[in-house]
Design a protein around this ligand. Structure first.
Ligand SMILES: [Zn+2]
Length: 279
């Protein structure tokens, strides 16, 4: 085998998909992910693509995330974990948000629940900020890991700054137990310098492409960064993480360095929740 071909070998690859909205994906996606080397998939609570009409809609969603979805994943040998919250896109209604947040504690002891997420901001509105603070309070009270969504496009830098301010102002929140997701070139430094973890979301059309993600890894190092597909009901790719690993291989990154980014890093962050290790 010539060295180039050996370089591109992928069948021994293992990875963790730390951010995927599997309730919106078909069962075949689980199979494809398992075939590509996925061992664990983690699912933050998200917007359904339409606004839910009541807290009861969220109750059912939390049951889906904690009871039904792990069984679907298990059919393909995949471990499934989840994060709970009311997502920033539905956080404009503060009264509804308070009702949903009041439901969460009874789910926190379930075996696949890792923490509170994906919380954050969408349009950086006053109400969204209020709901973000309510979630941070919930996480602090129950000593939970936190997964944060940052806004897209022109709102991202301002939103990331606002989110970091809220998190840093609560002394009960430890930055190494918080991941700030959807970072890009102009926000990754802010996040890492403050001691938080950074997530890079690989989207086929918007956000980070695999090539951009690898550029960022080469610039900012790999210490507290993970990659995810954030695949959902929109245009997205459940295999974005292994495809980015392939991009790393093509550029000459060693197998050990790739394994660190796509397996060991998420394992290290998520392993701060004892349930992640025990399952
Ligand atoms: Zn998401």
């Amino acid at each position: 085998m010539n060295p180039d071909a050996r370089h591109l070998h992928t069948h021994s690859m293992r990875y963790i998909e730390p951010h995927a909205h599997m309730v919106s994906r078909v069962t075949d996606d689980y199979e494809r992910m398992a075939l590509a080397g996925c061992e664990v998939v983690c699912e933050p609570a998200f917007w359904a693509g339409f606004d839910r009409s009541s807290a009861a809609g969220f109750y059912d969603y939390f049951c889906q995330l904690t009871e039904h979805e792990p069984k679907r994943a298990a059919r393909f040998g995949l471990k499934h974990f989840s994060w709970l919250c009311i997502n920033p896109k539905e956080a404009e209604d503060v009264k509804l948000a308070a009702e949903v947040i009041a439901l969460i504690p009874e789910f926190l002891d379930r075996p696949n629940v890792l923490g509170i997420g994906e919380i954050g901001l969408n349009k950086n509105s006053r109400n969204e900020l209020k709901v973000l603070e309510m979630h941070v309070e919930l996480a602090a009270q129950h000593n939970q890991l936190v997964l944060v969504h940052t806004p897209h496009l022109e709102d991202k830098l301002k939103g990331t700054r606002l989110i970091l301010e809220v998190l840093k102002s609560d002394k009960r929140i430890h930055p190494e137990r918080v991941i700030i997701d959807h970072v890009e070139e102009h926000t990754v430094g802010l996040v890492l310098d403050a001691g938080f973890w950074a997530g890079m979301t690989l989207y086929p059309e918007t956000k980070c492409s695999p090539a951009r993600a690898v550029d960022i890894l080469e610039t900012h190092g790999q210490k507290q960064i993970w990659l995810n597909s954030a695949c959902d009901w929109g245009v997205s790719d459940p295999l974005a993480v292994p495809k980015t690993a392939l991009e790393m291989k093509k550029r000459g990154h060693q197998a050990a360095a790739i394994d660190k980014v796509i397996y060991q890093n998420p394992q290290r962050f998520l392993g701060q929740c004892p349930k992640f290790k025990n399952r």
